[in-house]
Design a protein around this ligand. Structure first.
Ligand code: GRF
Length: 203
């Protein structure tokens, strides 16, 4: 058996996507190793989820550094010390600078709760409801220097119902996120993703 891909997960909040990645690994649907979970928030539930599963976790607070570059340099140092080859953003509420993005060029994934390129940024589900789309969903993409831009890896659609609220739509989308993210990471681990002319080909 070959060496497993080592991923590093960045999360700021409740960490349900992290949990779905952990579950997928434990249930042997995802053949990677989590090298470290990093949060910018000490009270992120994602950190305790990691701890509960015996994973390495660390809080790196931006406020402890003089500037963003030093903060990101520390993140890179910790990711490297833990041999991370793919950075997985799972509800990480910070925008990474071009320094970090270029350092891990095409090695950072993000998940977003809309069918990109529609509704990037915050409150994607609210944006979808306000626009009146009949279908929404989620997108896993490689991160580039824009906000929720970057080559799309896989997407999944869900219906938007007439009586949907932000809560009910978010819940329906989140269930799909939990299915989709492990799948995208597994495709990367199997070396099945190629980026050509800004588009991802699944080979
Ligand atoms: C998800 O909806 C994800 O798409 C977005 O942030 C949310 C994170 O949720 N980027 P969780 O922390 O994984 O539960």
């Amino acid at each position: 058996m070959g060496k497993k891909l080592v991923i590093g997960v960045l999360a700021s909040g409740r960490g349900t996507n992290l949990q779905s990645i952990i579950n997928s690994i434990e249930e042997e649907r995802l053949d990677v190793e989590i090298g470290i979970v990093i949060s910018d928030k000490a009270d992120a539930k994602a950190l305790s989820r990691a701890e509960d599963h015996g994973l390495k976790q660390q809080c790196i607070r931006p406020s402890e550094f003089d500037n963003i570059k030093e903060y990101e340099a520390e993140m890179i140092k910790v990711l490297e010390e833990n041999n991370v080859e793919l950075v997985v953003m799972a509800g990480f509420m910070r925008i990474l600078s071009s320094y970090f993005i270029q350092y891990y060029s095409n090695q950072i994934m993000n998940i977003h709760p809309s069918l990109l390129p529609s509704f990037p940024g915050t409150d994607a589900q609210k944006q979808a409801l306000e626009y009146g789309v009949k279908v929404s969903g989620c997108t896993v993409h490689f991160a580039d220097e824009g906000i929720d831009s970057g080559p799309i890896i896989i997407q999944s659609a869900v219906p938007v119902l007439e009586d949907d609220t932000v809560t009910s739509l978010s819940k329906r989308i989140l269930a799909e996120e939990h299915r989709l993210y492990p799948k995208a990471i597994q495709l990367y681990a199997e070396n099945k993703l190629r980026i050509r002319a800004g588009k991802v080909e699944i080979i």
